[in-house]
Design a protein around this ligand. Structure first.
Ligand code: F3S
Length: 77
């Protein structure tokens, strides 16, 4: 399984991830990205569906500040 969260301390609200993977990433009131998939709340604990893995990787690769974190295990945060 794959899990993801966004480090808002380094996100510069560039807007790329939500455009690339709108089912996974959206933005808060300040335009900073967060994982909204399956009500994750940017905790990185919801297993992302396999059919979204390409979007997930593309968003991660496209983030200019490497703020998108991905792992095979749930994050504990
Ligand atoms: Fe922020 Fe990177 Fe997305 S800078 S808006 S997490 S592509």
């Amino acid at each position: 399984a794959k899990y993801s969260w966004v480090d808002k301390d380094t996100c510069i609200a560039c807007g790329a991830c939500g455009a690339t993977a709108p089912d996974i990433y959206d933005y808060d009131d300040e335009g900073l990205a967060e994982v909204i998939y399956d009500g994750d709340g940017n905790h990185g604990v919801k297993a992302i569906a396999e059919d979204l893995y390409d979007d997930l990787q593309d968003a991660c690769d496209g983030c200019p500040t490497d703020s998108i974190k991905i792992a095979d295990e749930p994050f504990n945060r």
